[in-house]
Ligand binder design. Structure first.
Ligand SMILES: Cc1cc2nc3c(=O)[nH]c(=O)nc-3n(C[C@H](O)[C@H](O)[C@H](O)COP(=O)(O)OP(=O)(O)OC[C@H]3O[C@@H](n4cnc5c(N)ncnc54)[C@H](O)[C@@H]3O)c2cc1C
Length: 386
């Protein structure tokens, strides 16, 4: 057992834990980042090469957080000397009179986010190889683009270590003993800290149960790549944008995609939902119906893609009932802080998430109103032992 008492132990070295550790180290806090797998790994939610970054959201509080997030991504890029972002724009398509399309449109206008509305008769001039469905409107969030996910995780960990932070991987946390000094036990060692941040992604429920807390989190699985009939027609090199299709007629939830990049000639198009799984029993669990629904959508709207997936991988979403994150202190132990339930859209926020989790762990007032992310909102759902 190490005799050192850290200022903070962060549990989970995905993007949220890595960014939290990065901010703690920048605030000169002695910090230990614990990870159950040997790094890098592809068993959680932060692996893979790309994620969408955008300001287009229905809710202003996300758009406001993204203002700072873009700045912090640029700062991390500079510090690490690694390119983390490519601007491509984000095409938002959806029923023109639908609630979500209108909310995004008004939020973009209200928040003065550089964006354009594409008129139907000029749509194919701007966006070739896509069929805009009858009744759908189209907007482009010009600030949006692609984040290079694996590189971003590495960059945050690299700067954290350069500032004296310690990463111990291959160390699964199996016990947490709350107190003014929290004791964290892994399979092979025991550590102590004045505060703990839990950023365990799909394993959040398992970790939180060690502290007597249950949250309504569900784990889902998906990711598919689709082959371009003409290589390059939807590629990042040709500046094809990321896209979100709201309310597709083939499925209950949105479908989104990123230009071909990581696998040349293959475009990532996914269902923004998935089949429920256990993070430790996930292999082979993907629901064929989800893949088929995306295939039908592709046949109708992306005629330049082969509507049968070329690559099916797995990545885990951890969703809350309202799809908003959990950023809060533990209701019983104020020095245990929780970042969870990122609901398939948390990557782009991670520099800001890391900043607020760091503030909470240092006992400071967070820079943002965290009421949309509070644990209290689950009171009806929560089956807590507390
Ligand atoms: C297919 C897919 C597409 C997505 N697309 C986007 C997108 O376009 N834009 C966007 O913004 N977001 C997107 N997201 C969401 C985003 O990737 C996630 O919100 C984010 O990666 C969550 O990070 P995390 O750190 O919370 O979880 P994780 O990356 O899973 O990290 C949690 C870590 O905790 C570790 N851990 C768990 N239990 C223990 C333990 N007992 N002891 C030690 N370590 C432990 C795990 O091994 C893991 O490394 C997408 C997600 C998926 C799956």
């Amino acid at each position: 057992m190490s005799s050192e008492v850290y200022d903070c132990i962060v549990i989970g070295a995905g993007i949220q834990g890595s960014c939290t550790a990065y901010h703690l180290a920048k605030n000169n806090k002695t910090t230990l980042l614990l990870e159950q797998f040997v790094l890098p790994h592809s068993r959680g939610s932060s692996h893979g090469q790309t994620r969408i970054i955008r300001k287009a959201y229905e809710q202003d509080f996300y758009t406001h957080m993204m203002e700072e997030s873009y700045e912090l991504w640029a700062q991390l890029e500079k510090e690490a000397g690694i390119r983390l972002f490519s601007r491509t724009g984000l095409l938002v398509m959806g029923p023109e009179d639908g609630k979500n399309f209108q909310l995004i449109k008004s939020s973009l206008q209200r928040n003065k986010v550089p964006s354009v509305e594409l008129q139907r008769h000029r749509f194919s001039q701007h966006i070739p190889n896509v069929n805009l469905a009858a009744g759908d409107g189209a907007l482009v969030d010009s600030t949006a683009g692609v984040l290079y996910a694996d590189r971003a995780v590495r960059a945050a960990q690299m700067i954290f270590q350069a500032r004296g932070g310690i990463i111990k991987d291959g160390q699964k946390v199996v016990h947490i003993q709350p107190g003014a000094v929290v004791t964290v036990t892994t399979g092979s060692d025991m550590y102590k800290a004045r505060s703990v941040v839990i950023t365990a992604g799909p394993w959040a429920s398992t970790l939180l149960s060690l502290t007597g807390l249950e949250l309504p989190l569900r784990v889902l699985i998906n990711v598919c790549y689709w082959k371009e009939k003409v290589p390059g027609s939807y590629s990042i090199r040709n500046r094809f944008p990321c896209f979100i299709q709201l309310e597709p007629k083939e499925a209950e939830h949105d479908i989104y995609g990123l230009p071909s990049n990581e696998y040349p000639g293959l475009m990532k198009v996914c269902y923004h939902m998935g089949s429920e799984t256990d993070p430790d029993e996930r292999d082979g669990r993907m629901d064929r119906a989800d893949v088929d629904a995306v295939g039908c959508y592709i046949r109708r709207c992306f005629p330049g893609l082969v509507p049968v997936p070329a690559v099916v991988e797995s990545c885990l979403y951890t969703i809350t009932p309202d799809r908003h994150f959990v950023l809060d202190r533990h209701p019983a132990y104020s020095n245990i802080v929780i970042g969870a339930g990122f609901s398939g859209h948390g990557f782009k926020f991670s520099p800001v998430v890391g900043k607020v989790l760091c503030e909470l762990s240092m006992g400071q007032v967070p820079s943002y109103d965290l009421s949309p992310f509070s644990i209290r909102r689950f009171q009806g759902h929560r089956r807590s032992a507390l």
